[in-house]
Design a binder for this molecule. Sequence first.
Ligand SMILES: [Zn+2]
Length: 604
Amino acid sequence: MSKSKQTLLPNGPPRKLPDTPYIDVIPLGAGQDVGRSCILININKHVIMLDCGMHMGYSDDRRFPDFNQINIGSNLTRHIDCVIISHFHLDHCGSLPFFTEMIGYDGPVYMTYPTKSIAPVLLEDYRKIQVEYKGDSNFFTTAMIKACMRKCIPIDLEQVVDVLPDLKIQPFYAGHVLGAAMFLITSGGHSVLYTGDYNMTPDRHLGAAHVSPGLKPDLLISESTYASTIRDCKRARERDFLKKVHEAVKNGGKVLIPVFALGRAQELCILLESYWDRLKLDIPIFISAGLAEKANQYYRLFINWTNENIKNTFSERNMFDFKHIRPFDNKTAESPGPMVLFSTPGMLHGGQSLQVFKKWCEDEKNMIIMPGYCVAGTVGSRVVAGEKRIQIDDRTYDIKLQVQYMSFSAHADAKGITQLIRQVEPRNVMFVHGENAKMEFLKARVEKEFHINVYKPANGERVTILVPELNTFTVPRAMYQQALATDSHPHKRVVPFEAAIQENKDNRTVELVPVNGVIEDEYLYNVTYSEYVKVESVDWAHFSKKLRPIDPDHQIKDDGLDLFCSSILLTHGEEDDHLEVIFDISRTATLDRIYRAIGAVKCA
Ligand SMILES: [Zn+2]
């Protein structure tokens, strides 16, 4: 095993490694921030990069994750076992061509089929803005995007992929945008669930996130964009949106709605289209040229990823063939009279939406509706913050148009995040992709409700999570042959069998034996023993923390701790600094580890 894998950051300072199994996590981006998602994890000595995003709020080095910490030249590919991309949004995949083609990572990259087919389109759009409008010279080329995408391995939802013999990944439906997935990473009996972006309620074209309940990962890494929000009823928000648009165009104004190519654009188009139909309005609605066709093509291709309603009606009527919505070209922006325009990109950080904004922003009849989150530093975020004078390129604009911010982004809110935690029952939670203050709010709430540790590391800050040590058992051949023989379904993948665990007291090992072979043994009769130990001081909360790696499911009682379903009880002894330990004989081997963990010494 290379030393660098154990330390996760090959260029970081040396460290003392824990004696027990652990999972290491370091965000290289999206730590207490939204943008450039990139999280490095080490599970069972395997290093995995979760997302490789770009920060839209910066145009200097900070737009990429901090790769300096892992850039070890040609050894990089050996250091990182795989990269996983959760979805096509650029703050999750925007740095991938830079990482594979310019930094030189040459190993596997996994993503779902829709992500693989849509990501290169967005990457190319963004490259054009950066290089052709902004003159960025340290940026990837079209050829690099193509070369990068050739390295990406597309996978199906819920398909289990063996990255290495003892490293598995599995994607689950995340809602959010077409192709978005959560990923379960498993190795050595331990697991991490990474959510990417997700939403727990279905919207007009996609379903809600769906993971197998009770996954019980050692760690859940969740986005937390809307961690402090419990959003109002969605219908009310939609009504509000339609009313605002209608009022503005009735007064002769132009309405600009900056959107990303896929996702909210389609949802809001469906909404506006049916409203225009109902009220028989004839004010023109435009969408960036090529956008509707492109989107349509992808939704047709990946119809199975949309919600039931769209799937069912697709054969008779394509929801995305709009009657009222027409393609837009730049000349249309100059034409007089009211109109509605859906234009990319969504955060006004360049491209057409910014060009149009510059033309329309100084007229108070006009309106801009920001339908999603804007990363700090973008023109979009300054508009939402209510700035009245904004410098763009070399001119200062007086912002007179009406500004409306309505969050339609498909992110889980506080309720959705806690719902996911309840569903998957993680042992630890980590928040990324959110603002620090909002994370703090939800951290307190989750710790209180679920009694688990919640982490929210900043970029470059390592979190080490100790995970329970696992025992592996050898099943004697005769035992599993008998189990297989008694099961009548030859194709069944799960065959139950009965066995007892027998401890060898001489060498402290355990083995499986047939149940009827040990029936005479004393521990089957549940004989309990007790002994006294001396500690520095009795502090149950402190002991509980120390014992979590040994038994994560232990319970704190009024007068002590209950481990392994009452087979070990720690309670007050006769002296203030004494504990009485009551234990099932089958647990003798564990006692020493417990005493070491809490600093207890056996009384003579
Ligand atoms: Zn996203």
